[in-house]
Design a protein around this ligand. Structure first.
Ligand SMILES: [Zn+2]
Length: 147
């Protein structure tokens, strides 16, 4: 019962997440997903350049980012960066559980309050704070949450 109520509570944002992720699965054929903490995280080979990750309800999408620590583009996926983004997106998933449909308004506000530095915006800072540490075994397989 509690699970059903939580699903309903997050339904509006989960529907948006489903539409975004399904659209991107059609656009790019390179994807797979893992389930962590009740959230289906889709890993995409490529995202539009201005997105590294999205999170809506029980669905998230993360780019397999190919950057070195100094920000240079390479052909090798930085799994450390990817797992950091995954952990951050799981922070949003927790926010969604707490806020329910209000999550969408909060995320909208985060994207229109452009006079505040991005990392200082409420939802961003909160997601960083409550983000979950994720690791992966090798080459993007065997993802798990670090307790
Ligand atoms: Zn963020």
């Amino acid at each position: 019962m509690k699970k059903v109520l939580l699903l309903l509570w997050q339904l509006p944002q989960s529907i948006i997440g489903f539409i975004c992720v399904a659209f991107w699965c059609i656009v790019t054929s390179e994807y797979y997903y893992v389930t962590l903490n009740g959230t289906a995280i889709f890993l995409f080979d490529k995202f539009p350049s201005w997105i590294w990750g999205i999170s809506f309800g029980t669905i998230a999408g993360v780019e397999k980012v190919k950057y070195t620590s100094s920000g240079i583009k390479t052909n090798i996926v930085s799994w450390e960066t990817v797992t950091n983004i995954m952990g951050h997106e799981l922070g949003y998933a927790t926010q969604s559980k707490i806020l329910g449909p209000v999550y969408l308004i909060a995320i909208l506000l985060q994207h229109v309050t452009i006079w505040i530095p991005y990392e200082k915006r409420f939802m961003e800072a909160w997601a960083n704070k409550i983000g979950i540490k994720v690791t992966c075994g090798y080459n993007g397989k065997a993802f798990k949450i670090v307790n």
